[in-house]
Design a protein around this ligand. Structure first.
Ligand SMILES: Cc1cc2nc3c(=O)[nH]c(=O)nc-3n(C[C@H](O)[C@H](O)[C@H](O)COP(=O)(O)OP(=O)(O)OC[C@H]3O[C@@H](n4cnc5c(N)ncnc54)[C@H](O)[C@@H]3O)c2cc1C
Length: 223
């Protein structure tokens, strides 16, 4: 029995509002901003982007129809789409994939590079969380000095009550290669205790990550 999937924006050729599916689909399509700014009845103006609603296993409200990636909402990143795709297919195959709760790092390949994962200090505070924040500049990191890459810093955000790392932000050389260290820590629900106890190799830019953790707890070494 074909399922009818209705969207309030065009997934398929322009002005298409419905698509029919005969069987299970892993739905991979690009979200389009498709509003008419001249149409007073179109409430999808400005930066309002609609997305396909899914449940924890990427299922839409149409039985057998799944959606992943940009079409299901932010962050609009390739690794987030891939992560959801693997989860979705494993679920369809009858496996029991882990929940889709892992934090998604974001990277900007500018100069200097920018990388972040989790909450910003401002977002955490807006959520009503009490935070501990640490910072460490690359100008105090030996590898950065030796490499002439002293621009930038590392910032960590911890939940003050639980000690959980809830956000990390970095600007500087090669930070897009380092952010996964904090992503792993957050996925493992690490607290400041595990991060402080972790040994970071010397000389590396990653030592600034350790120092930013230490700084959040008043234990910074090289400042
Ligand atoms: C310029 C640019 C740079 C980016 N850089 C990065 C980056 O550095 N890192 C990062 O993580 N993300 C980056 N992104 C975002 C990343 O590309 C997307 O988040 C990711 O591709 C989303 O995957 P997806 O499968 O949801 O959509 P897509 O990869 O867009 O796949 C959708 C597919 O559906 C197809 N399709 C669309 N309409 C139809 C149709 N009507 N019928 C049939 N097929 C259709 C498309 O051809 C496409 O193959 C960048 C995006 C852009 C535009």
């Amino acid at each position: 029995m074909p399922a009818t999937f209705t969207t309030n924006w065009s997934l398929f050729p322009p002005n298409t509002r419905e698509a029919q599916f005969d069987e299970k689909w892993a739905f991979v399509a690009k979200k389009e901003k498709n509003c008419d700014p001249e149409d007073p009845a179109d409430d999808r103006k400005g930066d309002t982007w609609d997305h396909v609603a899914i449940d924890a296993d990427c299922a839409t409200n149409v039985a057998g129809l799944y959606a992943i990636g940009d079409v299901v909402g932010p962050p609009w990143l390739a690794h987030k789409a891939s992560h959801e795709g693997v989860h979705c297919v494993e679920h369809i195959a009858g496996l029991k994939p882990d929940n889709l709760t892992a934090p998604i790092p974001g990277c900007t390949y500018s100069e200097p590079q920018i990388a972040s994962v989790g909450l910003t200090e401002a977002h955490a505070k807006a959520d009503g969380r009490e935070v501990r924040v640490g910072r460490f500049p690359f100008r105090a990191n030996g590898k950065a000095i030796a490499s002439g890459e002293t621009e930038g810093f590392v910032k960590t955000v911890f939940d003050a009550k639980t000690g959980a790392l809830i956000g990390a932000h970095m600007i500087g050389a090669e930070v897009t290669e380092m952010i996964q260290g904090f992503a792993l820590a957050m996925t493992c629900e690490a607290t400041e205790a595990e991060l402080i106890a972790t040994v970071f190799p010397h000389p590396t830019m990653s030592e600034a990550m350790h120092e930013a953790v230490l700084d959040a707890y008043g234990r910074v070494l090289h400042l």
